[in-house]
Design a protein around this ligand. Structure first.
Ligand code: PEP
Ligand code: MG
Length: 590
């Protein structure tokens, strides 16, 4: 028996088999039953053959367009697919350790990385990139049909306990908490969202365990003791007997279930609109089930993740948008035009043969703040028009709003509106009359926030995208772990920008919503309502908890909390104010 001490953030005690989630690497490690080994090996083999097919297609395309020398770069990866240290090694890991295929593939990568770290030869070290690329592809193909770690989370056996490096609210919102009985995380210095989530979900939780996700094995029996602030690994019979005695104390995890159908309001009846963010048409069902009033953000660029959609095919896009609009009716659907960057577009171009400036320039690869979003669309009006025509046609079938991503100024907005006008004129020439469609922009670049008053004159609505706004405002690359602690939604600059945008929208009386991850975090949501926002779009699974938290809050108290937060100077002070206010409010209601 081993006892790890952390911070208990939600009371109660439960036992279960450990499921390990490494959120940063997007891998889930769990133990599989002996009878599932063959199934897991089948998934590995299918992933290998899909990867081989894709790499051969890409190689042939690149050879045709850029010559055999560039194409030969893919030979290394094709060869690696047959290397005994890759798939056969992963097979061995699945068999010996009885773990899922994703984790076996990740372990293969870890083993390669360890070897590359030792070699001095720069040529060989560079091969690390090829291995990383190939492993990423194998993992992507293992996910075929399972879109993210969260889908795997739905496949878990009863009575699991989730042990994660960190648990973001959006991921927590996807877990089936009737199966996962409690959770423990390594992270924990900032506990506002995890704590509130755990209490709302009514599952025991311990945070701040430092390395639990590395030191606990998948499938090991563990006890989460939220009341005693501990994670007990391989508990003794005596501890298990104590857990059994307390089993009745545990209330069902689906406490938020009854809230689903009710529209969101605060305790004093202020109406708050909750829409859903979705990436795939199939997510529509989850949005409806969660009680979303509409779709506040459909990230249309996800159409290309499966290579099933052609960027130049208007009819195909029209049918997808139409089905989505009809599926959500009478609720509105906000479709964001493609927020692709050059690299993503280049891979679409490679498989579809769309050439021209959309093919990535080598020196710009991976730059997410380069030619991206609306800027990229404006650089290819022909392809942009395809999407706009498909959208305008689909608008006839329900309530659609079109939204542009990554806008940094009024000029781009005017250019984009002009192209919308041209697309509508094209359709009119074809005899297709389209209804007027509200046009909005995402406020996700600081320049857009600072010019919100100017933009507000020329758009029909705003949506604040805090995911990008935070990273660009605070100059923190979210992909760079070394500065990830500086990625602070509660930074005074962020709160001020949000208020600035709210005022600009209010002055022109245009609707304003917020669709960044912040909205999925119940504590931050309470603060945002306190700053005067009343419309949000979030990951569908976060909606029931959001309703519950709002129903317990009084708008006047939230506003007072918002005013106090705006006067504070540091993230810590704001966070303390937020926690203290929420604790006071919840105490007063009891
Ligand atoms: C955002 O930037 O906040 C946002 C919602 O867009 P995405 O996460 O797709 O960049
Ligand atoms: Mg964004």
């Amino acid at each position: 028996m081993r006892r790890l001490t952390g911070i208990g953030v939600s009371p109660g005690v439960v036992a279960g088999r450990a499921v390990i989630l490494i959120q940063r690497a997007q891998v889930l490690r769990y133990q599989i039953a002996a009878g599932r080994v063959t199934h897991e090996l089948g998934r590995l083999e299918r992933s290998r053959s899909r990867s081989r097919q894709q790499l051969s297609d890409i190689r042939a395309n690149v050879a045709r367009r850029r010559g055999p020398d560039v194409a030969s770069l893919f030979d290394a990866q094709l060869l690696m697919l047959d290397d005994p240290m890759v798939i056969p090694r992963a097979v061995e890991i699945v068999r010996e350790q009885r773990v899922n295929a994703e984790w076996a593939v990740q372990q293969v990568f870890n083993e390669f990385s360890a070897v590359f770290d030792e070699v001095a030869d720069p040529y060989l070290r560079e091969r690390r990139g090829d291995v990383a690329d190939l492993i990423g592809r194998l993992k992507m193909n293992l996910r075929q049909g399972l879109e993210t770690a969260r889908d795997l989370l739905r496949e878990l056996d009863e009575s699991s306990v989730l042990i994660a490096d960190e648990l973001t609210p959006s991921l927590a919102a996807q877990v089936d908490w009737t199966k996962v009985r409690g959770f423990a995380t390594d992270a924990g210095s900032r506990t506002y969202h995890t704590a509130i989530l755990a209490r709302s979900l009514e599952v025991p939780a311990v945070v701040g365990l430092h390395d639990a996700s590395r030191s606990v094995e998948a499938g090991q029996l563990v006890v989460v003791d939220g009341s005693g602030s501990a994670l007990i690994v391989d508990p003794s019979d005596e501890v298990l007997a104590r857990v059994a005695r307390h089993a009745d104390d545990r209330r069902p995890g689906a406490g938020a279930e009854a809230e689903r159908r009710r529209p969101a309001t605060t305790a004093d009846g202020v109406r708050i609109r909750l829409d859903a963010n979705i990436e795939f048409p199939a997510d529509l069902a989850a949005a409806r089930y969660a009680g979303a009033e509409g779709i506040g953000l459909y990230r249309s660029e996800f159409l290309f993740t499966s290579a099933a959609c052609d960027i130049a095919d208007e009819q195909q896009q029209y049918e997808i948008y139409r089905a989505m609009i009809e599926g959500m009716a009478p609720g509105p659907v906000t479709i964001r035009t493609f927020d692709l960057d050059e690299e993503q577009l280049a891979s679409q171009a490679a498989t579809r043969g769309v050439g021209g400036p959309w093919a990535a320039k080598e020196e710009n690869r991976g730059s997410r703040h380069g030619l991206r979003g609306l800027r990229l669309s404006l650089s290819r009006p022909d392809l942009f028009q395809v999407q706009l025509r498909a959208l305008l046609r689909a608008a006839r079938h329900g309530t659609l709003r079109i939204m542009f991503p990554f806008v940094s100024g009024v000029e781009q907005l005017r250019d984009a509106r002009r192209i919308v006008g041209e697309a509508a004129a094209d359709l009119a020439r074809r005899g297709e009359i389209v209804p007027p469609v509200p046009i909005g922009v995402m406020i996700e670049i600081p320049a857009a926030a600072y010019t919100a008053d100017l933009l507000a004159r020329e758009v029909d609505f705003f949506t604040i995208g805090t995911n990008d706004l935070i990273q660009y405002c605070l100059a923190v690359d979210r992909a760079d772990e070394r500065v990830s602690l500086l990625y602070e939604p509660l930074h005074p600059a962020i709160l001020r920008m949000i208020v600035m945008v709210r005022r600009a929208a209010a002055r022109r009386r245009i609707p304003l919503s917020l669709c960044g991850e912040m909205a999925s975090d119940p504590a931050l949501l309470a603060l945002l309502v306190g700053l005067g926002l009343t419309e949000f779009s979030m990951t569908p699974g976060a909606i029931p908890v959001a309703k519950q938290v709002l129903a317990d809050a009084h708008s006047a108290e939230l506003r007072a909390m918002g005013r106090r937060a705006l006067r504070l100077a540091t993230v810590d002070e704001i966070e303390r104010e937020l926690l203290a206010s929420l604790a006071r409010m919840s105490h007063a209601r009891k």
